[in-house]
Design a protein around this ligand. Structure first.
Ligand code: BJ8
Length: 382
């Protein structure tokens, strides 16, 4: 391992022993699950590289940016607008974790019957294995499910860096007003922490960057509608996971390059699986990195995953934000509208999500739907 990285991790307070176990396990799984796949697109090489440097080069980039005065803001939910973080020249990183490291420690501070996603982000903190969490200047929690709300209180005790944004659970007029106010409060918090004023120009730029990223992800998803499918569900999942922490402009360019290659495959009738392979849509809880097991199980059994109605998937890139606003206030209103149109199971009633599932399954020519819920996740178990 590069000596520079070791000192970088030490300076961040990473527990080198635990971290080494995590990286070794990851490298092994990656080899078994990802690199053993056949007919992978060439364009996946970039994403393989990003994964191999997730705790190295990307962290180095974040620390360089911090030296130049930029702030790194960590989030755990797709209701937190990353456009606003970019609009104060910040860097947004997703912090949900998908590995069972630190669970023993986490279970000392959380009920055992807490969902694994929550146990994982608390576990990562307690085991000191996440250089992203340690690089952040602010950790933005949100009032979505009960488990997360209470876990943020614990995370704040451990880090003293947590800010909680209120997300309503209904889509009434009152809820919409509350969410809009919360976005204005969030703007103030971001300006205070970054020392940067959000202007019309910077907000428009933030919106444009994130819109382009979402367009590219939507383009990738629509290519999965073809039979034979030009990319495996595992590879598409990896791209969706990397969307939460790679530099957005570079990431968008690489996703578009991958899509160019996939379009060529479609024209030539080339796929990763034979034509007629059973096609599955997955719906439910998010798949935080490195949670690849369901996709792996399905694809190793001879089917292919063609889409995800999930926050690591369609709920992240479902719609764009109109770019024609003429003031910061108007821009924030447009953001509030777009974000509140995300159909998480935490909302009640939530008939829109069922409609989304049906529409996505139809658009992607899925023949079956697998409902994925993490044990003890009440909203998605209903
Ligand atoms: S918008 S799905 S990212 S809240 S799995 S922690 S719900 S008990 S993750 Fe989520 Fe935002 Fe909704 Fe998406 Fe709770 Fe369930 Fe655990 Fe969950």
């Amino acid at each position: 391992m590069d000596q520079d990285y070791i000192s970088m991790w030490q300076n961040l307070g990473i527990d080198l022993e635990n971290h080494d176990c995590l990286l070794k396990a990851l490298a092994e799984f990656y080899q078994q699950i990802y690199l053993s796949q056949e007919k992978r697109p060439e364009g996946m090489k970039y994403f393989d590289f990003v994964i191999s440097e997730a705790h190295g080069l990307r962290i180095k980039e974040l620390l360089e940016a911090k030296k130049q005065g930029k702030k790194v803001i960590g989030t755990f939910c797709v209701y937190v607008p990353e456009e606003m973080i970019l609009a104060v020249k910040g860097i947004c990183v997703g912090l949900c974790a998908g590995a069972q490291i630190g669970f023993d420690e986490a279970e000392k501070v959380l009920p055992k019957t807490t969902c694994d996603l929550i146990k994982a982000f608390i576990g990562f903190k307690l085991a000191q294995v996440c250089p992203y969490t340690e690089s952040c200047d602010l950790l933005v929690g949100e009032t979505t499910c009960d488990g997360k709300k209470k876990a943020y209180e614990i995370l704040d005790k451990l880090t003293r860096k947590v800010y909680v944004m209120e997300v309503p659970h209904r889509k009434t007029e009152v809820s919409k007003e509350l969410f809009l106010k919360e976005l204005f409060n969030f703007k103030e918090k971001l300006e205070e922490i970054s020392g940067q004023k959000m202007s019309l120009e910077t907000l428009r730029e933030g919106v444009k960057i994130v819109n382009e990223k979402r367009k590219a992800l939507m383009r990738l998803e629509s290519l999965r509608a073809h039979d034979p499918v030009p990319i495996s569900g595992l590879d598409a999942l990896l791209v969706d996971q990397i969307a939460f922490y790679d530099a957005p402009i570079r990431f968008t360019q690489k996703v578009n390059e991958l899509c160019d290659e996939l379009e060529e495959r479609v024209k030539k009738g080339v796929g990763v699986k034979p034509k007629g392979t059973p096609r599955v849509l997955i719906t439910g809880c998010p798949f935080a990195l490195p949670n690849w097991k369901l996709h792996h199980l399905i694809e190793a059994s001879g089917a292919v995953v063609v889409g995800e109605e999930s926050c690591v998937g369609r709920r992240y890139y479902h719609t764009l934000v109109p770019e024609n606003f003429n003031s910061v206030e108007e821009g924030i209103k447009a953001l509030a509208e777009r974000y509140l149109n995300t159909h998480c199971a935490c909302f009640t009633p939530n008939a829109e999500r069922i409609e989304d599932i049906k529409n996505i399954a139809k658009a992607l020519n899925a023949q079956g739907i697998i409902y994925y819920s993490i044990q003890f996740c009440t909203p998605y178990l209903f």
